[in-house]
Design a protein around this ligand. Structure first.
Ligand code: FAD
Ligand code: SF4
Length: 399
């Protein structure tokens, strides 16, 4: 379809894929899972899923400077105490450093910019030293489902199974989800196979996937980490205390409580009238050596979208952007998007030099690196990410 939604010469209508069992494995905030979970009530009695976004780069370092297998996890810096997150530095073969920063998508300051947080992270003297003389190879960004066991939806329904990040199979304490995505896929395959053999692919027929999960090491691992992210609601030090105590108490929060309450991350964002925005005052200086602006990083993500297509980011009502979001939150989409997709257009300038919003939200959808942050963190929940045409997007080779 062209940018007006009109069929192009190579147009072919989408086919219906008919199957007795569909297994959704779309990664975090899956397009279909996002619709199926509330529609089928799979989130009943569950906490809202909470996410973080990881901003990551690969660097080619000096020969012999990176021990392959190096693993460093850091907490806090440069994030304020109130914001969940931390960094990771992994040594890969061939002197490649894999370095990134995770920012919790339940921050309060609406001017929080995860991409900028990562630029600041690289300026820490210890990290700057590791990257001395190194060359940036690749860039990427992606959401991480951090909510844990109590935020995981029921992952089966009639003819449906959900696996991996789409169903929240991720251990936030270890920042690891690949092994859980694999395991959940194996359990889903077993449940689907047995249901097909028995000729019953209804919800009852597929329910065995839950029993299989509860009997597996994956459940034991997620149970211990079940209150990890929630413990950071009161700040980094409280979160670390909770993480330490709960490890020795089978996952009980602060060693005593079975379940800390969960809350959707976007709902924690404070209005400009409720708190002074601080993050916007401390942005990293871009030097194009260690730190890069968002557009340079988009280039390094290999992202490609044909511009002659319907934008794959749907904003339900741009009047809300202009009339409510500007005065209430200051258009946080311009900050949380790590690819400079959202640009509120400031056309008019008042007498005292202040810029005013002219009501247009420019959506540079071809920059999108598919992280899903906007779909998750928009305070009005009016942004919907849908897949663009033909598998377009970032090229995350080696990421
Ligand atoms: C910065 C960062 C660092 C991480 N570090 C680690 C780590 O060190 N170790 C670890 O174990 N885990 C790590 N994780 C987590 C790990 O990447 C995920 O848990 C894991 O990749 C989840 O696998 P998945 O198959 O469920 O989803 P994904 O790996 O996200 O795969 C889903 C796939 O589906 C595709 N897709 C989505 N929607 C559609 C659609 N509608 N149609 C067709 N295709 C679609 C996506 O493009 C994607 O290729 C990290 C995550 C991040 C963001
Ligand atoms: S538009 Fe949304 S999904 Fe795309 S890069 Fe920006 S925040 Fe991520």
């Amino acid at each position: 379809m062209d940018h007006n939604g009109k069929p192009k010469a190579n147009y072919e209508p989408g086919p219906d894929l008919m199957a007795k069992v569909v297994i959704l494995a779309e990664g975090p905030r899956g397009t279909l899972a996002k619709q199926a979970i509330p529609k089928l009530g799979l989130d009943r009695d569950k906490d809202p899923m909470v996410y973080a976004v990881g901003i990551k780069e690969l660097w080619q370092c000096k020969t012999g400077s990176v021990p392959a297998g190096l693993v460093i996890h850091t907490f806090g810096y440069p994030l304020p105490n109130e914001t969940f997150g931390g960094g990771f530095i992994y040594g890969m073969a061939g002197d490649v450093l894999d370095i990134g920063l995770v920012t919790g998508l339940d921050y309060e300051d609406p001017t929080t910019d995860p991409h900028d947080n990562f630029q600041q992270y690289k300026l820490h003297p210890a990290i700057a030293k590791m990257l001395d003389g190194a060359k940036l190879l690749r860039y990427g960004a992606k959401a991480i489902p951090e909510g844990g066991l109590y935020a995981m939806p029921r992952n089966y329904a009639s003819g449906l199974l959900i696996t991996g990040d789409s169903a929240g199979f991720l251990n936030g304490m270890r920042l690891k989800g690949i092994h859980l995505a694999l395991k959940s896929g194996m359990l889903a395959a077993e449940a689907a196979y047995e249901a097909l053999e028995a000729g019953d692919t209804s919800s009852a027929g597929l329910a065995s996937v839950e029993a299989k999960f509860k009997a597996s090491w994956a459940y034991d691992e997620l149970k211990v980490a079940r209150n990890f992210h929630q413990g950071f609601k009161a700040g980094m030090w409280a979160g670390m205390l909770n993480a330490g105590l709960s490890m020795y108490a089978g996952g009980r929060a602060f060693g005593i409580r079975d379940r800390l309450p969960g809350e959707a991350g976007y709902a924690r964002m404070k209005k400009l009238s409720e708190r002074a925005p601080k993050a916007v005052e401390h942005r990293a200086k871009i030097d194009n050596v260690l730190t890069f602006d968002k557009l340079t990083d988009v280039f390094n993500s290999g992202t490609m979208h044909d511009e002659d297509q319907v934008a794959h980011l749907h904003v339900a009502d741009t009047n809300i952007c202009a009339e409510r979001c500007t005065p209430e939150f200051g258009n946080p989409c311009q900050y949380f998007c790590p690819a400079k997709v959202y640009e509120p257009m400031f056309a008019k300038t008042s007498g005292d030099g202040d810029k005013e919003y002219d009501g247009r939200l420019q959506i540079n959808f071809s920059n999108c690196v598919h992280c899903k942050t906007c779909d998750i963190m928009d305070p009005y929940q009016i942004i919907t990410w849908v897949p663009p045409q033909g598998g377009e997007g970032p090229v995350y080779t080696g990421m």
